[in-house]
Design a protein around this ligand. Sequence first.
Ligand code: PLP
Length: 396
Amino acid sequence: MKSTIPRAVETLVVHGCSPLDTPDVAPPIHMSSTFRFPDADTATRVFEGSESGYVYSRIGNPTVDLFQEKMARIEGAEASVAVGSGMAAVSSMALTLSKPGDSFISCTTLYGGTFALFKTHLPSFGIHSRFVQPLAQLTKKQLGALVDHTTRFMFLETPANPTLAILDISLWAEVAGDHGIPLVVDNTFATPYLQQPISLGANLVVHSATKYLGGHADLIGGVIVGDASLVNRIHTEHVHHFGPIMNPFNAWLLLRGLKTLAVRMQRHCANAEAIARYLERHPKVVRVYYPGLSSHPGHTVAKRQMAGFGGMISFEVKGDVASGKRVMDSVRLCTLAVSLGDCDTLIQHPASMTHATYSRSDRMRAGISDGLIRLSVGIEHVDDIIEDIDQALASV
Ligand SMILES: *Cc1c(COP(=O)(O)O)cnc(C)c1O
């Protein structure tokens, strides 16, 4: 981009990278592990840090840099570091910001892998999470009361997986700010097209780039964006030494996927809204969780902090787990698969699949019932998706 004038996300997803120094319109993929120096003096200066330059692809790669630059711009952040998966983003952040004896605050409703990391694996490094219920009416005072001298950061996911619970990012940011600790937001479900946590006071944003950012179910990737001081620490203290880097081909796929992020999200949102309204009226559906419905407890906060309500819906079918399973076995167009944010509509059962990492009591506390079905609404024609769900519900 020639200009430094802030642009709309729709424009930045297409143009938000520095101009290439080659005539390519699509960026080349730099599949090189190491980079040649013109002479020994240049090599010395690059190693001293007095001159910038590429050395080795674990430290920096031109294709990965373009993706990082675009992500920082579309999130309105100072810096960004790309990593090998969404879990690498979460774990790299946590292992940089906290050490043995430290703690942090997070929620009971989280991506299944994140919950397992926080509940089971970080404690073996001496790092513990305090979990709060993702209640819409949580106050500053209640949240602040959980912070003590060991608290190093606060972490939340909104909309949260899989109940689409909505947390008030500004409120959490105020509490974190009052205590001088960073707020980290997992923005995977919303994407920067619908929600910009940095502008709401968050210090770091993590993503599973595997989902909407890539958008085509063809890669695993992650990214951390936010305040330069924090991102640089994660990059140099953790990513350089633990090595969870993103490869150049996935960065290239992401640069390609990002170009259509805005138009894909528009369709995901429009389809999901129509499907949520259809499900809400269906006699065999007991409950629908979609932040765009006024029946959703987080609707007001979602309206304030999101530009749209996203493409994820969860719903409970009348009956037991078997009824839910029958729906999933009866779909013909929708794909029975985990993950989300793909162009295809994906359907899955959190209790037996993505959230099997939870004990039953943790699952109940997080509001993830046995019969809950999660739908990642794709970009197909909405009538075709509804027709498929309709015939599947008829089998119950
Ligand atoms: C998928 C996901 C992750 C983990 O990302 P991977 O790319 O699978 O490692 C983290 N958070 C959320 C909200 C996710 O949906």
